[in-house]
Design a protein around this ligand. Structure first.
Ligand code: SDX
Length: 431
């Protein structure tokens, strides 16, 4: 509501100030608190940014209570059923679904940026064979800023477009190279006759000594997972990319900061942690023991893949992935996949437990995704890399939205200082 206002009163002095509300297209209004320091010599404080809007954005909308996720107004359920990852990338970057010619051109642009500089491939030889793939990917993505710095004017729209194409196109090649390095196998170059997800699977699993035919079921499953992981509003890794990018840094360096943030088990690293947890639980009989640990604060054990800062209802992506598990596992002849059976039982039992019900802890996007990655023979250590490949377009779209905004300012949060008051230096002999 345009005329909606918020009146703040400091009770002891009776001082009042009127703070303007701002309304978006959907979702809660926001209270503009910029005048608080002048009016009351005060900041707001919101550790974890649970109720703080950091920016305006037109890209993604989430309603956590209703379990709604939309990209540029299109419900995730419709995009999952009818779209493709390339089309969703175009939508996130450009704001509208592409026409046939636009999609062909975009797909072709991406396809012709999939190779990486041979010097980048040599970086992998510096990593130990058991280096975590996320460490390799974040390092190699950051090093792209060493190759693309003199041709990167962030205020040039064409440079920003080429940056977007390079990141989306090269992440699968960088990811596959990390996988091949960990196996001690030769790198496999991208092929222009394959689709985005076919190419990734080919670079992962092809070897020089035998032909490799991509399983279309696997490519389709990967495309769906990538659609579901493409963007998610102001999550931790996207907010990291925005904050790093707000300094004007090389955008490849900002993307590598997003990779680093995504790696944490509280965020994108959860998909790897879910598989480790399911393997640790082992059997349905052990579920009650692990649920008890998840409820015992002293255990530091959490039910990985459960809970979400925003969704206090089912994560719509988890529902779609759970349904896809049934279809993909059946197509791959893994109908009785023990991991999936255990995950289903764990969800069933947890969602009847008051602890999880009262805290509105439901399965999130990471709970079932690893079941499909495993079924595609993607190693657990690569799960978060797959998340990073898919989310790269979201990071780029948010970076572009921020850089193109003439009102953009460097992000610089404040604090509540609780340290010592002013005191004078004491010579060491008098301490
Ligand atoms: C992603 O932000 C995004 O959009 C992220 C993401 C994206 O697409 O970018 O959706 C991807 O990161 C999904 C989340 C993946 N992480 C996990 O699955 C890790 C397990 N989940 C949690 O650690 C936790 O639920 C978070 C981190 C996801 C959310 O943490 P919050 O919002 O800070 O919630 P909280 O820690 O304050 O928990 C509230 C209560 C606490 O208990 P009480 O203090 O009220 O007694 O719920 C408990 C927590 O102890 N709790 C859990 C739990 N998650 C929360 N208890 C057991 N197991 C869990 N998984």
């Amino acid at each position: 509501m345009a005329d909606k206002k918020f009146e703040l009163t400091e009770v002891s002095s009776g001082k009042k100030a009127v703070l303007p509300f701002r309304s978006g297209t959907l979702g809660p209004d926001v209270i503009d608190v910029a005048s608080l320091p002048k009016e009351f010599d005060a900041f707001t404080i919101d550790p974890g940014f649970g109720v703080t809007a950091a920016c305006d954005s037109k890209i993604t909308y989430i309603d956590g209570d209703a379990g709604v996720l939309m990209h540029r107004g299109y419900p995730i359920e419709q995009l999952a059923e009818k779209s493709s990852y390339m089309e969703v990338c175009y939508l996130l970057l450009n704001g509208e679904l592409p026409g046939a010619g636009q999609l062909d051109k975009f797909t072709n642009d991406i396809r012709h940026h999939t190779m990486i500089n041979e010097s980048l491939l040599r970086f992998y030889n510096g990593f130990h064979h058991n280096a975590h793939p996320m460490a390799m990917v974040s390092a190699v993505v950051a090093s792209m800023s060493a190759f693309y710095h003199d041709t990167m004017d962030i205020h040039n729209p064409r440079h920003r477009e080429i940056f977007a194409h390079r990141v989306i196109a090269k992440l699968p090649t960088i990811a596959a190279a990390a996988h091949k390095h960990s196996l001690g196998q030769p790198f496999v170059y991208p092929r222009n006759d394959l689709s985005y997800c076919e190419n990734l699977l080919h670079m992962f699993f092809a070897v020089p000594c035998a032909p490799y035919i991509v399983n279309p079921v696997a490519a389709e499953a990967l495309d769906l997972l990538f659609i579901l992981h493409a963007d998610h509003e102001q999550n931790a890794s996207t907010s990291t990319v925005r904050l790093a990018g707000s300094t004007g840094t090389n955008p490849y360096a900002a993307i590598s900061a997003g990779v680093a943030a995504l790696w944490g088990p509280a965020h994108g690293g959860a998909n790897e942690a879910v598989l480790a947890m399911l393997e640790q639980i082992g059997t349905v009989d052990n579920i009650p023991k692990y649920l008890a640990m998840a409820k015992d604060k002293s255990s530091h054990f959490r039910l990985m893949g459960f809970g979400h800062r925003v969704y206090k209802n089912f994560d719509p992506r988890a529902k779609i992935i759970r349904a896809a598990c049934h279809k993909v596992l059946k197509s791959l002849g893994q109908t009785n996949n023990p991991l999936f059976e255990l995950a289903l039982k764990l969800e069933e039992i947890a969602l009847k437990d008051d602890y999880f019900v009262e805290r509105k802890l439901y399965p999130n996007v990471d709970f079932y995704s690893g079941v499909i990655y495993s079924a595609l023979n993607i190693p657990r250590a690569m799960f978060t890399v797959m998340f990073a490949v898919a989310r790269a377009v979201g990071w780029v779209a948010h970076w572009q939205e921020m850089i193109a905004d003439p009102a953009m300012r460097i992000g610089r949060p404040r604090q509540l200082y609780t340290g010592p008051g002013k005191r004078d230096y004491v010579e060491i002999g008098k301490r």
